[in-house]
Design a protein. Sequence first.
Length: 99
Amino acid sequence: REAPPPLLPPPPPLSPPPPPPTAPAPGSVEALDELHTSKSYETLYEHLAARDDAAELHLAWRFARAHHDLADSLPEADKGRKEALLRAGLAVAEAALAR
């Protein structure tokens, strides 16, 4: 009688699937950039306006951009608010450059 054929070694264990992507921490630069990417300009503006460190350069340019993007998203009938946002955003940018 013949010997049975050798058994194949068991396959290597499957590696666990990668964890799902995590959302950026609220208030992080990544979260702020995600708000900009999703065109949530009002929320982005509010988050930056509430920060104590919004004058730091890496946040100041985002804050100036948020002013512009929010102003740009407003209807033409809201000219007063548009102009105020644009002027305030320019002031934020100029103050950041002056440092």
